[in-house]
Design a protein around this ligand. Structure first.
Ligand SMILES: [Mn+2]
Length: 286
């Protein structure tokens, strides 16, 4: 992973180029805090240009990077690091240098960064998880969310074994493949197929959201901000504010905090006008 850091360019302030102006051009909107996750830098799917546009137009006092920022899994398979991805990293470093408090909570795709928990990179704090206090005094637990994969799968297996559904699918699978073999069709695993479906189903998403919210309550916080499932959402679950800031692969979404503590999910939209930048926003606030 050393190569990855080298490819990102200089990390120390002195070596950074001074070509960028200190003041940005007219910005669309200033926020107290921005929460983003699942950028997946290092993959062709990452919407780096959209993200750059979003960051340029939205200064903030706090910036939380809630995991899966760099995709170490993909980079191990094949190196992909275009200039635009470098620009994002430089932008994040520059933001930290300009006084924005940047907090990086690694996820499962950038678990290599978990080795650096407790350290700083160019002013960016790397933490296992974080607690953000909103302007109106609410405590939000910031975590990537991958830990809950295991918890949910475990609970699912127990549920299956409880009502013998798993045994039933195995039996059904045997019969199914007996007939498939007779018809000259290749082996097909019904249970594997069902498990795959379950994971993708809405039920999984709901279980994930509830598990994360329950853990936030257990820890005594009023809300939670996470990512991981690439599904932006903001709703109250059993009295806990559940926020998922989405991703920068498909949806290009972020969770933002206004200066009065109000939280909002925003979706990036290209800025066409030079005078009035337009940003479509989902009508969800809390
Ligand atoms: Mn993840």
């Amino acid at each position: 992973m050393r190569a990855a850091f080298q490819a990102m360019g200089p990390w120390n302030v002195a070596a950074e180029t001074a070509s960028e102006p200190d003041t940005e051009d007219a910005v669309a909107q200033q926020y107290r805090s921005i929460f983003i996750s699942d950028l997946h830098l290092g993959t062709p799917g990452c919407q780096a240009d959209a993200l750059m546009d979003f960051l340029k137009n939205h200064p903030s006092e706090f910036l939380y990077l809630a995991g899966d920022i760099v995709d170490g899994w993909q980079l191990r398979r094949g190196w992909y690091w275009p200039q635009s991805h470098n620009d994002v990293v430089q932008k994040l470093l520059r933001r930290a240098r300009k006084g924005c408090q940047v907090i990086y909570v690694p996820g499962n795709h950038d678990e290599f960064a978990r080795h650096f928990v407790g350290h700083q990179f160019g002013g960016i704090d790397v933490l296992t998880d974080a607690i953000h206090t909103t302007a109106d005094g609410r405590q939000l637990w910031v975590t990537h969310g991958d830990y809950f994969d295991g918890v949910i799968q475990c609970a699912k297996w127990l549920a299956y074994l409880g009502d013998n559904l798993y045994e039933f699918t195995l039996k059904l699978n045997r019969h199914l493949n007996h007939w498939r073999a007779k018809l000259g069709l290749p082996y097909w695993s019904l249970s594997a197929y069902l498990k795959q479906r379950v994971k993708k189903a809405l039920m999984y998403v709901t279980d994930f959201e509830e598990a994360v919210a329950n853990e936030a309550r257990r820890r005594g916080h009023q809300g939670v901000v996470c990512g991981h499932i690439h599904r932006a959402e903001m709703r109250t679950i059993n009295g806990i504010l559940y926020c998922n800031d989405g991703d920068w692969v498909e949806s290009c979404t972020a969770l933002v905090e206004h200066f009065d503590g109000r939280l909002e999910l925003v979706q990036w939209a290209p800025v066409y006008s030079t005078h009035v930048p337009s940003h479509s926003k989902e009508a969800i606030t809390a």
